[in-house]
Design a protein. Structure first.
Length: 142
């Protein structure tokens, strides 16, 4: 019994390292200069779809602002609230996407400061603002 508990704990620790912990270890500030990341949605009919989106880092968190089509995909995501993220050539398979409507204005301002072409893009619909953070695994019940 003790061996199986230790094996379970070792597996959980390895899983944490490979998934959300790997994203967290990157420290969001490292992505301040990045222009885009890719976010995965899995639609019930469409299947997997990777979308390129702009990002900003505010208060140590990564935020994205989604246009209408990307927001529709995220709202239909069968893995919600989980997604996968690709950034700087790395893929993080377990990232939590959290709707943050209270941050929409700050994210919009940060996007305007970071991206020159936002002068046009800001007038398009952006129905979903999200924070992306490492997924916290559910406790394992033996």
């Amino acid at each position: 019994m003790a061996k199986s508990i230790l094996a379970l704990l070792a597996t959980l620790c390895a899983w944490l390292f490979v998934t959300g912990a790997a994203w967290a270890a990157r420290e969001p500030e490292r992505y301040v200069e990045e222009d885009t990341l890719e976010v995965l949605t899995v639609g019930p009919e469409e299947g997997e779809h990777w979308s390129y989106v702009w990002l900003v880092v505010l208060d140590g968190e990564v935020y994205v602002r989604l246009g209408t089509k990307a927001a529709e995909r995220m709202n239909a995501n069968t893995r919600a609230p989980l997604t996968s993220v690709r950034i700087t050539g790395e893929e993080f398979p377990e990232v939590e996407s959290i709707s943050t409507p209270d941050m929409a204005d700050r994210v919009q301002e940060a996007m305007a400061d970071k991206y020159a072409t936002d002068i046009v893009v800001r007038y398009m619909a952006h129905p979903l603002t999200m924070k992306l953070r490492p997924a916290v695994p559910s406790p394992v019940v033996p």
